[in-house]
Design a protein around this ligand. Structure first.
Ligand SMILES: *Cc1c(COP(=O)(O)O)cnc(C)c1O
Length: 430
């Protein structure tokens, strides 16, 4: 087991201001969520001390995940096919154990949320239903620096519909790193009638910028467009109100902040004004068919009302078991408390980095806590800095061409982690 030896650290001076480990220790002692750290496995490294700031890439494993997966293995072992009906958690309806908890995290109604497939697959399914170009209205608004998978998926739908030059790519103003809401809205208003779809990340994976999804959705709808957000970096990270904001659809993955494990089952939100619209085109499969009649093996597809009607295949029970362990922890901690801690933790990280920063490093994530989650992206002039910090057992990743991403996750990171990271960063700048 990895333990953190807080008391070995000495008070240190950073520039002119005294920043001490004592203040971090005090904040940890006052943190109502501090006990959750013990509920996760930390990777093992030589020397024992590490700082895990890559929960935005692969969240840590809840200690309960193993038992949950083993339960399903056990039921498979002892019941075989009968586990569909008679497992402790019957497999036929296994996904139903996840929907409600997941819906709470993204601010949706349970029947607007479904856990299925994986993120890019869900994005494709949702684009089938929600990108329906006409001769007048065919353009898609996306970020120029969207995650490549989203870019590939969107472009493949353009080709599928034989649409050329239909992408409107949003870029920051010259000299800026993130997008301004007013600029996004202006483009939506300017292109108005020609826009079929606005499809952005809820939080940009590279810059950590959280978009004003309520304002963008409103602007998109005023223009007559459909609005969707990829919540890969937003789910389990920032406050989301998919239903109230009126977002049309959203896919996400669950292995980042949601700690669902490698290749975890993804999620999809479909607003109820669409999810009960059976005229909307969709790619169908037997798991989206009327539950009462599914096994009558009838020829006519009758979609289940709500997001469940977008399922095609039977649930991936083993990964869903790990997911369930994590969602229970989220439910216990509660998103409001997590967000409150996240803001303090990230604010603390920003203030410590500011103390040591010089012209070689620059935080590009917005400084406004309403425009970010727990990730800070640091643009650096020297790739060697990243190599030096990871050599000190810091888990922080590098994104081309010049960004180090650090994400203190409120479920398992501490103020002491942040403090120690700043200490290492300072040492490595020399
Ligand atoms: C992580 C991430 C993905 C990864 O897609 P998978 O289908 O889960 O492999 C896609 N899009 C965004 C925005 C991401 O952050």
């Amino acid at each position: 087991m990895w333990t953190l030896s807080l008391y070995g650290w000495t008070t240190m001076m950073m520039n002119d201001q005294t920043l001490t480990i004592d203040s971090a220790t005090e904040m940890d002692a006052a943190d109502p969520l501090r006990g959750f750290r013990e509920r996760f496995h930390f990777p093992q490294v030589a020397g024992g001390e590490l700082i895990y700031f890559t929960g935005n890439s692969l969240g840590l494993m809840p200690k309960t995940a193993r038992g949950y997966v083993e339960q399903e293995l056990k039921d498979w072992e002892t019941l075989g096919v009968d586990a569909h009906m008679h497992a402790k958690n019957p497999w036929l309806s296994y996904h139903e154990l996840l929907n409600e908890r997941m819906a709470t995290i993204v601010g949706a109604m349970p029947n607007e949320t479904i856990m299925m497939n994986s993120l890019t697959v869900n994005l494709h399914f949702l684009l089938v239903s929600f990108y329906r170009p006409t001769t007048e209205r065919y353009k898609i608004v996306i970020e120029k620096s969207a995650f490549p998978s989203d870019q590939y998926a969107v472009e493949s739908h353009l080709r599928f519909h034989a649409q050329n030059s239909a992408l409107i790519e949003l870029t920051p103003r010259t000299g800026e790193s993130t997008l301004r809401t007013e600029d996004i809205i202006e483009i939506i208003e300017r292109e108005g009638d020609s826009i079929a779809l606005v499809m952005l990340g809820g939080v940009n994976y590279l810059t950590g910028q959280a978009f004003d999804m309520a304002a963008i959705t409103k602007a998109g709808h005023r223009a007559g467009a459909v609005v969707g957000f990829d919540l890969a970096h937003a789910a389990g990270n920032i406050e989301l109100k998919m239903h109230d904001w009126g977002v049309d659809f959203a896919p996400w993955c669950s292995y980042k902040y949601l700690n669902g494990g490698p290749g975890a089952v993804g999620g999809a939100f479909i607003h109820e004004r669409h999810s009960n619209n059976f005229d909307l085109p969709r790619f169908a499969g037997w798991w989206g068919h009327n539950k009462e009649r599914r096994f009558l093996m009838e020829p006519d597809f009758q979609p289940i009302p709500g997001a469940e009607g977008w399922q095609t295949s039977n649930p991936a029970v083993l990964p869903m078991a790990a997911m369930r362990a994590s969602l229970e922890i989220f439910e216990e901690a509660g998103m409001p408390a997590l967000i409150e801690k996240s803001r303090k933790l990230t604010g603390y990280l920003q203030s410590l980095i500011d103390e040591i920063a010089d012209e070689r490093i620059n935080i590009i994530t917005p400084r406004d806590p309403n425009q970010r989650g727990c990730q800070l992206s640091i643009r650096v002039s020297d790739r060697g800095l990243h190599e030096r910090i990871i050599a000190r057992s810091v888990f922080a990743d590098w994104r081309e061409p010049d960004v180090i991403r650090v994400a203190p996750a409120p479920l398992y990171n501490s103020f002491a982690d942040v403090y120690r990271f700043a200490e290492i960063l300072r040492d490595c700048l020399i």
